[in-house]
Design a protein around this ligand. Sequence first.
Ligand code: FAD
Length: 417
Amino acid sequence: METTFNKRKIEGKTAVVVGGGISGASVCYALSQRKIKTILLESESSPATQASGNPIGVVYPFLTKHKTKESEFSYLAYRYFLELWEALDLGIHVPHKDGIHFLLETSSAYDRYSNAIKSHQIPADTVLIKKEKHSNFDSLYFQKGKAISPIALTKELLRLANPELKFNSPLLRWQPSETNGKNPDDGTLICQTETESISANYLFLTQGYQFTNDPKLRWIPMKQVRGQIANIPGSICKNETSILYGDYITAELNGERVLGASFDEFHLEKEPRTKETIMMWEGLQKHLANVISEDQAIDLKNFGTRVSYRTQSQDRHPVVGKLPNVSELDTTVKYQNLFRKNGKPFQIPYFESVGILNGLGSRGLTHALLAGEILVNQITNQTLDNSQLTMEIPEHIIQSLKPDRFLLRMWKRDQLT
Ligand SMILES: Cc1cc2nc3c(=O)[nH]c(=O)nc-3n(C[C@H](O)[C@H](O)[C@H](O)COP(=O)(O)OP(=O)(O)OC[C@H]3O[C@@H](n4cnc5c(N)ncnc54)[C@H](O)[C@@H]3O)c2cc1C
């Protein structure tokens, strides 16, 4: 794709991306569109081994009755996902099945979501209210919503972006370089792995729940949330599209389906819980008895299980933006007195060329591509004139994603120590 941005500004610049999940791959893709040399550091020996490593995930937007910043972002991200999906022919390489039914089992759910369609002005070729045939409930039907392989999607984005891949290379620490880019050959940052120091002009942090290993990120109120899924033989169920009813049963991909997903922010053990698989199976029987094939002998012990961890921010909105440098704040000054100090407007100190993309919660597959584009645009200051991004991203949505919101909120509450 041809781009017409200021090439001189980025010539010879290097970006380091930390984390090879869907977030890191999305950032790599956005960097590749700006032709910025990119190095991807991943702790593990291959991409998508953590949250992005489930066999199947579902892609559809989060909607609320009236527009909220979360629903606006989610719907935009969904549209962006579908635009890229088509423009890049992702369906050739990424196993997928189109069609998501989101069941409206109560009249209040029907009211909420029929209003959501109106308030978000969603056209009928994107979502319809339609009977789901196995349950006979009305449902929001996202015709182009997808069950996909998150691993294949991550790998395909990396193949398209073609960064220099460094597996088994956890980032240990990073800091601004002493010369701070004053020598033409130096970057502004030094990234340290076990075996080398990498000089970079831009750094993108997408470590998922392991963000707590980075002392410069620990102040951000995000937490690790355990999730368990069951993967079951495809023949056990009959549904051709994915169906969501609180939990979800996916369409069949490569002979299997995923029944998911549990949510526990308090107990985080890695071992699968048999009880959770039973509860999810009973939930499926209760909501969707008719999708279960009659002629199948079912032994829950034969279900595969996988435990992984989402990262969720305090307000459940993703964290996407330039990283504030909290160590440069004088927190002995009360937030309430900030704006009076010398009468000058208060400026948040940032690590100017460091961005974070995290806190994607349960919607990372839907949200990561747009979040990556927004972040790279912000950090490199390079808007693509000829972008695949045909939609406008309202400034209030970009602002709402920034980590700054927590900094100000926590300062106000004297929680920044
Ligand atoms: C059970 C479950 C079911 C889900 N289902 C869905 C779904 O159906 N649809 C959907 O949209 N979303 C779903 N999600 C959410 C989605 O999976 C996540 O939001 C998304 O995968 C997060 O991607 P990520 O790249 O931010 O994190 P991760 O995939 O965890 O990637 C982070 C990467 O960083 C690496 N890393 C960490 N520290 C370092 C370091 N110091 N140096 C180098 N590398 C490092 C890790 O090894 C890892 O590969 C689900 C999540 C769970 C837990």
